[in-house]
Design a protein around this ligand. Sequence first.
Ligand SMILES: Nc1ncnc2c1ncn2[C@@H]1O[C@H](COP(=O)(O)OP(=O)(O)OP(=O)(O)O)[C@@H](O)[C@H]1O
Ligand SMILES: [Mg+2]
Length: 306
Amino acid sequence: MSTEVTDAPSTPRQRVRIQTGEREDLGAREPANGTAPALAGAGQAKPAARETIFDVRDISVSYGASTAIAGVSLKVPRHLITALIGPSGCGKSTFLRCLNRMNDTVPGFGLTGQILYHGNDLYAPRVDPVEVRRRIGMVFQRPNPLPKSIYDNVAWAPRNLGMKANLDERVERALRGAALWEEVKDRLKQSAFGLSGGQQQRLCIARAIAIEPDVLLLDEPASALDPIATASIEELMLNLKHRFTIVIVTHNMQQAARIADRTAFFSLEVSAGKRTGALVEYDETSTIFTRPKDPRTGDYVTGRFG
Ligand SMILES: Nc1ncnc2c1ncn2[C@@H]1O[C@H](COP(=O)(O)OP(=O)(O)OP(=O)(O)O)[C@@H](O)[C@H]1O
Ligand SMILES: [Mg+2]
């Protein structure tokens, strides 16, 4: 199942380094301090012409002999929040991790179909997965700061990538972007482990945006947090979408309804005794929650199932 998003004219391409020493075009990347375009707020997004960041075409993913998701097609539009919802085991994390090739090293991982990123095949042989992850950052369910200072956590990826110029400014910009600067500016040299869970998760977001990615993938980023910390992460997402394209997995229906412009509902389909994740419906969030086309979506979002 797929939802069409009218593609806007493509933006200038940017050349990037690849493993073989040749160069592969992965598409345009936003500057971290780019100005926010005029965008509708969450839930108000119109199906207007919008650049497609990911064009996922009929992908199926397997781990060894078992198929985790089958026949998934959808387009992720630029500078919107796309939420992935569905019952446990339906393949939300699997799908998300395919978007930045995080599954590559999983034993038995196999993918058929195509994922185009800015129109370029993300799994083409010459594309460097490290460059992919530099452009497509990820934040996980549990905050996972490094055993380093707050400053060094944020500076870690820029240092590794040789982005050492104006590092102090870069760290401050990332911490401000993650709405954490005011809380930590006087303790930058202290251990990240001294932060609260919500602060640690915002630190991980700062770490992800410090290298100025194009896309942020978040896998249940607020599920380990209390309601106040969750609210601050949600507010942060709404601010960050003006700078990044965001794809977020959440089990929290209210959260998807509050922050996502588009929502994809996955479910577990049973066939010949095998359970496989499938995309049931993908649409504007308001449609998914108030006028879903598929009864399975309605059952799930109203709590009758799952
Ligand atoms: N590394 C892996 N190796 C083998 N099988 C895996 C691996 N990761 C996920 N799977 C399987 O793929 C299927 C989808 O799992 P996935 O973690 O993507 O689901 P999910 O929708 O994110 O679930 P949850 O809501 O519980 O996080 C499951 O059957 C799971 O057991
Ligand atoms: Mg998951």
